[in-house]
Design a protein around this ligand. Sequence first.
Ligand SMILES: [Fe+2]
Length: 207
Amino acid sequence: MPVDLFFAVPLLVHDADPAVRDATRAKVLAYLDSERAKRDIALSPEESVATSYYQPEASIVLDAQLNELEALVIAAGRAFLEQTLRLPPRPLEIERAWINLFRPGAQEAQHTHDGSLLSCSYYVEAPENCGCIVFPDPIGARRSYREFTRTVGRDLLTRREIAVEPRPGRLVMFESWLPHAVQCNKSDRLRISIAMNLRQTESTAPR
Ligand SMILES: [Fe+2]
């Protein structure tokens, strides 16, 4: 007997071409040696991550000239909206972009990127055991139901959460409302990610 699935949660996981991955890595490492990086990257007041998030006028995409990554993210956003969600085309731009450095032992509590259209993380350095990005089932009523009815399973339909392992060159994109967290970096090396929020190009957005 067929059972339909409703209210799906879209999640894009895409591994960039080696040329994009390597060019982006070289530019990010050069940026990290710059005076600008020393000025803009600071320890979060609430978290163990060091980030340029608290310099909102700074853009890691502009400051490190990550044009290959920008093109990849805009193309991914268009595919996400047009091919997966089957929405009409709309021009997209990066609203905000920042770098996150997770030293060994660092992690990030659950949060959302509310207020944007799409959000994504791109991994520049991702050593083994550096911590997954974790998306709990966003339907709270279903999370408690799963526990009291003992219907937690291993299938995508019955998991408590989805964990995506970072890899160098991997892009993970989702709708900005979707709660997520970053597990502890249990490696002995740095985990480097670029986070970006996307919006509809402002001059074309409905008022
Ligand atoms: Fe995030």
